[in-house]
Design a binder for this molecule. Structure first.
Ligand code: DQA
Length: 154
């Protein structure tokens, strides 16, 4: 990528993700949100990208962040439980100009039936679940590859 300013990755964490480290370790491991954000920053930084991270427990605020950063080079989102029913968040992410990654720490497709539904799936170019923090690294690499139009990161 030939540009003066680094590409921007925006990371949006939704409801209850601020409680990582306290939530059931069997599903989410023991990593805290700050540690997870660090993982993302390091992976993105290795590809020359800068990262902005946000977390909110308010659905409308999540929507506003998605709107505000729709021109970012890529979005990485884990909306938590909103994933399974928030058409408002899905519609906000649809406006993103760059690729969107939907990431879940836990293997949502192997959990309760309601968790197996993602209303965001059709607006996400990258979907990763069940790989913990490694899944975030993978998602960053795939976003960089998609946004840069290169396969070097894939
Ligand atoms: C989650 C999975 C969701 O079903 C759950 O509501 C979360 C976290 C995950 O990262 O595995 O809050 O998105």
């Amino acid at each position: 990528m030939n540009r003066e300013t680094p590409a921007l990755l925006v990371v949006l964490h939704g409801v209850n993700l601020n409680m990582l480290g306290v939530r059931p370790a069997a599903h989410y491991g023991t990593i805290t949100l700050l540690e997870l954000e660090d993982v993302v920053r390091q992976e993105a930084g290795a590809w020359g990208w800068s990262t902005l991270c946000f977390q909110t427990n308010h659905e409308g605020e999540f929507v506003e962040l998605a709107q505000r950063f729709r021109t970012a080079d890529a979005l990485l989102v884990n909306p938590g439980a909103w994933t399974h029913y928030s058409y408002a968040i899905r519609d906000a992410l649809e406006m993103a100009q760059g690729p969107v990654a939907e990431v879940h720490l836990s293997a949502v497709e192997q959990r309760e039936p309601w968790r197996q539904v993602s209303v965001l799936a059709d607006v996400a170019s990258v979907r990763v679940s069940g790989k913990g923090a490694d899944g975030y690294r993978e998602a960053v690499r795939r976003l960089v590859g998609l946004a840069g139009g290169k396969d070097e990161a894939l």
